[in-house]
Design a protein around this ligand. Structure first.
Ligand code: 8DG
Ligand code: MG
Length: 319
């Protein structure tokens, strides 16, 4: 049986997260971690989280939201980390057990040595709740790029460039323009194309379709790039984890006009698959912005979508 651990990602008003350093003598000693500890017998997660955070930091947790659940096997034990985001708390954290504290911006987390189980937590912290998959029509680049710009103006920060039907030269040209636009808005651009092309184009990362995922036996890009995958069942999610992908999208969760023949998983199956996934999972298929809360409640990272996130029109002032 894994050791059940309540973990808190405490965030301040500037968006920094709180790390504490584990005692050298402890399991995974000397490494930086998110505060928390073992759920005691008979305790529910919320109570354990509040108790651990109060014992270790002297603050009172007012509200918290599920972020991710991770099962990880170390050589000596298996842990189940039940991770929650905490933005609403009372008091100022201090290291009541003598542990050093540090407030860290999400982009700087990779500079801290942390337990191996924490890698997907850091990924989940860095990812937004919306993942835009570009829609029609990549064959009309001017309109396409204006629509991308509108989506960015509206707050999209993670984009998958999907342009089926373009040849590699057309795709490369569109990717270069899309990348410049995404940089202006500090958004990340993942290319849904063969890995070799994504490497040559030097984008922020690659999004593997299930066919490309099946062909790989290891992570295709270095850790400073994003690797994401399209999955439709648990075995594809496991494959994504096996090649150390950072995150995946799981579809179709609900019925969708773009894939009328596919039978939807439904929220229950989505939740079941996500429970076995130790990487962030976006819900895809029939999703609009209103579904974020449902996705989070079922353990997901948020929603991925074309139709509801791809702006209908050009940005204001551009017409
Ligand atoms: N709190 C926390 N534990 C983590 C993280 N990553 C990770 O692998 N773990 C592991 C290390 C431990 O095996 C386990 C947490 O147990 P713990 O030692 O913090 O438990 P605790 O606070 O109740 O401490 P104690 O009373 O047993 O001394 O989970 C993390 O980010 N935060
Ligand atoms: Mg602890």
């Amino acid at each position: 049986m894994p050791v059940h651990v309540a973990v808190g990602v405490i965030q301040d008003a500037q968006g920094r997260v709180l790390l504490t350093r584990r005692a050298v003598s402890a399991h995974q000693g000397g490494l930086w971690e998110f505060p928390g500890g073992k759920v005691e017998r008979g305790e529910d997660l919320a109570r354990a989280l509040r108790r651990e955070i109060q014992e270790e930091l002297g603050i009172v947790v007012n509200t918290h939201q599920p972020l991710i659940q991770i099962t990880h096997s170390y050589p000596d034990k298996t842990v189940r980390l039940d991770v929650h985001s905490i933005q609403d708390y009372s008091g100022t954290p201090i290291g009541l057990e003598g542990q050093p504290l540090e407030w860290v911006f999400p982009e700087q987390l990779s500079q801290y040595a942390m337990p191996a189980a924490d890698r997907p937590i850091c990924t989940a912290i860095r990812l937004p709740q919306h993942y835009l998959i570009t829609g029609p029509d990549p064959r009309k680049p001017d309109q396409f790029l204006l629509r991308l710009k509108t989506s960015l103006v509206r707050g999209i920060r993670l984009v998958q460039l999907r342009a089926p039907g373009l040849n590699p030269i057309e795709y490369a040209a569109l990717a270069a323009e899309a990348r410049a636009l995404c940089r202006q808005y500090e958004a990340k651009l993942l290319l849904n194309c063969p890995v070799q092309l994504a490497r040559e184009l030097g984008a922020d990362g690659v999004h593997l379709n299930s066919h490309h995922l099946a062909e790989l036996s290891e992570r295709p890009l270095t850790d400073d790039k994003w690797v994401a995958a399209s999955c439709h069942n648990l075995s594809e999610v496991r494959k994504a984890m096996a090649i150390n992908a950072d995150f995946c999208q799981l579809s179709p969760v609900l019925a969708t006009r773009s894939h009328p023949g596919a039978s939807p998983l439904g929220w229950d199956s989505f939740a079941q698959i996500v429970a076995s996934a130790s990487i962030p999972v976006y819900a895809l298929g029939g999703m609009d912005r209103g579904h974020v809360r449902e996705a989070l409640e079922r353990g997901g990272q948020g929603v991925a979508a074309i139709t509801s996130l791809w702006a209908e029109e050009e940005p204001a002032g551009q017409r």
